[in-house]
Ligand binder design. Structure first.
Ligand code: AKG
Ligand code: FE2
Length: 280
């Protein structure tokens, strides 16, 4: 049975990077404090209580998203302390390593609570980079990097994520996966699993009816369009309360990179200037 390496919360960014490079995933135990987790879970609870199932627009999409799975996006507007998570220096250190060399700035791709309830079946194994056609042009380049914080304990029976260690190095990511190649991201509430865009993974089946909550922060090369549209969940007024770092992550900044082979921009301007001028 495959396994995911666990690191303790005092590990360095270099430790995380090295296990991810080697295995395609890592778990950091107790990544967030119990205080932060409690605050987040409290702030987001109203949105979860008010959740009404979406029409995902088709059977395939609905199956992928899950019939017994509650998904909540736009987290920064629902739980303000989410801003602390996405700007966590350890997360940014990891993204500096995996994404920054391929873009001017990376951005938040999506923010999501994924709560898997009883009766949910296992999600199809997939790689998150397949969202962007750029994946087919540059299969060697990571486009997106997903971090999932366990909002509740993740167990084998409540839907702990399935991960295929080593699959980030496979030539054919669509080949049949043997059961013994699949690991489960079992971890305590507050721990984090790091899953870069080329690693096969998927939500697990929930067979015991105990809800499994994940808090997702996914980052993306800044010149690609993010899955979640942040501007429809936020406002300039709200952005004024964030740090400049969080504003950049949320796209309230200009994407530009004028240096050698990666020349690009300006992208996302406001009146031909950087949106950051709104905050001066
Ligand atoms: O909920 C999970 O454990 C994984 C979900 C996932 O990979 C996705 O929705 O893309
Ligand atoms: Fe995924």
């Amino acid at each position: 049975m495959a396994e995911i390496t666990h690191l303790s919360c005092d590990c360095s960014v270099e430790d995380i990077v090295s296990v991810v490079e080697e295995n395609g995933a890592v778990i950091v135990d107790d990544f967030v404090s119990q205080e932060w987790l409690e605050e987040f879970n409290t702030q987001v609870q109203t949105s979860i209580d008010e959740y009404e199932p979406y029409d995902y627009g088709g059977r395939e999409a609905a199956e992928f998203m899950g019939y017994q799975t509650v998904r909540i996006g736009g987290l920064i507007s629902k739980a303000p302390c989410y801003a602390d998570l996405i700007s966590d220096p350890r997360l940014l250190g990891v993204m500096d390593h995996f994404l920054k060399p391929h873009c001017g700035q990376y951005r938040l791709n999506s923010s999501e609570v994924i709560e898997i309830h009883g009766g949910e079946t296992a999600q199809e194994l997939h790689i998150d980079d397949m969202i962007w056609p750029a994946h087919y042009w540059r299969p060697d380049c990571i486009l997106q990097f997903n971090v999932m914080i366990a909002g509740t304990d993740f167990t084998e029976s409540n839907g702990a994520t399935q991960v295929v260690p080593g699959s980030h190095k496979w030539d054919d990511v669509w080949r049949e996966v043997k059961p013994e190649e699949i690991a489960r991201a079992t971890m305590k509430a507050g721990s984090a699993v790091f899953i870069p865009g080329k690693t096969l993974h998927g939500g697990g089946a929930n067979t015991n009816g105990v809800a499994r909550r994940a808090i997702v922060a996914s980052y993306l090369l800044g010149f690609l369009r993010a899955q979640e549209n942040p501007y429809l969940h936020t406002s300039v007024e709200m952005a004024k309360t964030w740090s400049p770092e969080v504003r950049t992550l949320m796209g309230y900044d200009l994407y530009a990179y004028y240096d050698g082979e990666m020349d690009a921009g300006p992208l996302g301007y406001y009146n031909y200037r950087s949106p950051s001028t709104l905050f001066e």
